[in-house]
Design a protein around this ligand. Structure first.
Ligand SMILES: [Zn+2]
Length: 140
């Protein structure tokens, strides 16, 4: 996959996912397909960063095919522009390690939407598909 110029500019900034790494050394390799997250938590962080940068392609491709509805892209396109993400805090996780097949990550993500400050508190479920972590749903 070719690098998008947009991503190049952003690669020198702090990664929005909160690891205190540069974006270049954190979630970017996942976003451009150069690496795959080893753990459910890393995928969770990469998806948060993808929401932050409005990378709808990544949000679609990192969703498990079993739950990837045909309207998913349109649904994401509808909401990504309205949300300004501020902070991600991982609360807890279970399984989701490199050798696991399933995992859960509980997090709080703070964002602004229509001038309102909001918090998303979710327990996400993740499952491996062909050896790669994918997002399933928020019913963990
Ligand atoms: Zn990151």
């Amino acid at each position: 996959m070719e690098d998008e110029p947009m991503l190049k500019i952003r690669s020198r900034t702090d990664c929005p996912c909160g690891t205190e790494k540069m974006y270049h050394d954190c979630c970017r390799p996942y976003h451009i397909g150069k690496a795959q997250p080893d753990t459910a938590e890393l995928l969770m962080r990469a998806r948060y960063s993808a929401f932050f940068f409005r990378l709808v392609d990544y949000l679609v491709s990192s969703t498990h095919p079993d739950v990837r509805g045909k309207d998913l892209r349109a649904e994401l396109d509808d909401v990504v522009d309205d949300m300004l993400w501020r902070k991600l805090r991982i609360i807890s996780k279970s399984k989701g390690g490199a050798d696991d097949k399933k995992g859960k990550v509980e997090f709080i993500a703070q964002y602004h939407c229509d001038g309102e400050f909001l918090e998303l508190h979710e327990r996400s479920r993740f499952r491996k598909y062909k050896g790669q972590w994918k997002y399933v749903d928020d019913k963990g």
